[in-house]
Design a protein around this ligand. Sequence first.
Ligand code: NAD
Length: 490
Amino acid sequence: MSSLSTEKKTTGIDCKNYINGQYKDAVSSKIFENINPATEEVLGTVAEGSKEDVDLAVKAARRALNGRWKTMPLAERSKIIRRIGDIILERQEELANLEALDTGKPVSLANKIDIPRAAYNFHFFADYMTTLGTEAYQQDDQALHYALRKPVGVIGMINPWNLPLLLLTWKLAPCLAAGNTAVMKPAEWTPMTATVLAEICTEAGVPDGVVNLVHGFGPGSAGEAISQHEDVDAITFTGETSTGTAIMKSAADTLKKLSYELGGKNPNIIFADSNLDEVVETTIKSSFINQGEVCLCGSRIYVERPAYDEFLEKFVAKTKELKVGDPFADDTNVGAMVSKAHYEKVLSYMAIAKEDGGTILTGGKKAEGFAKGFFLEPTIVVGLDRQARCVREEIFGPIVTVIPFDLEDEVVAQVNDTHYGLSASIWTNDLRRTHRVADAIEAGIIWVNTWFLRDLRTPFGGMKQSGIGREGGLHSFEFYSELKNVTIKL
Ligand code: NAD
């Protein structure tokens, strides 16, 4: 039996709401337990926020919008936002440990990606905000028109559990850069790093009330209360497509501005002329990093027939080398699934793959050797047709399907046969084909001969039911600000 050293590294924290610069219990005094997915032990308690707590947070955010935050010089606001990033780096070890405890991800991954990127989100937008201008037009000798950029107001942020701090800061940094105030709700399964972030914001100099945090659940709880609140001006949501539908309905009565980053069923398209060793190395990451719990993971792998056997042989061999286990062990590649419910959902798809006629080449079950914790084996399935549920539905776990193809048109048609359109990876050395296929695929993010390579200035987001709007650079400011046009008659 493997012994998990998880709880020895650090302990969890109790998570309270954070309203107007102070930690607070829920108005109802209700709490719920936060479970470590690697040990099934209790990490701490979480304040169960509801409508009343959201109302207090929104009131604080509204007051702060018209306080010192409004008149603060741009350079000072930029400096505070930069300082948040600095403190995240100063507290990196603590934050990485909390993220690994909460999500079950390897702490090495949290240290390499989640926490540095969370800091960089603040550093990037602290710089970017100082470069922005707006439009001006002279209309002959009649008039001068110019646009002013204004904050939208109070922004509600509803977040998922897979990259908790990284994705929350991807929203909070541009929100603050554009002069808004925030009411954040982390996912109920991963409340810890958001709780620390609230305090970090105050330490960096963010005025009280600008950043507020309410914990809780979605329907009938804090999430729904944020989407219904009449004094929340906009909602930025990252999560499942079906939750996006529910939020849109709740937000309809008060006509909120919405930004959505939703689910995906992303394809990797591997042509036979690509360098298969390079392809396999990256495909291991795009399939199993963060236990496959990344919205950008490539879960449908299409391989041109001449390369199919060689790819599979290499891909299966490398997958078998991955070590599943203790998030705090140095040699762990794949940690625990985030919760019992999600673990059971992903496990059920391993059975569905077989029922639908698929063959499991490796994995397909609970990882052995763990008395406790939600560990699954990285899984490769072949032999499924395009109608199979594992090929069509977002599973969000360490399970991928591999399918051969013969013709470019045929693979493009299969790839586009989904209501998702988040990202795609194309592997080829043929320049003309690169342009043709990149143009034909219905997805917001296309990678060629790479995966997950990001520049925060570029537009990020999904087509079809994978999202609404784009984030990154100027695109983030388009969501987090309102343009006001002024016309002066000359
Ligand atoms: P989820 O939709 O279950 O939950 C996300 C958040 O919404 C949580 O905070 C939850 O409490 C809240 N919520 C749930 N129901 C609600 C309701 N009715 N009203 C208001 N709030 C509600 O998503 P998840 O399981 O936490 O995250 C996984 C999903 O997120 C996957 O589908 C994944 O693809 C997607 N995701 C997308 C991106 C992207 O950039 N496109 C990034 C990460 C994750």
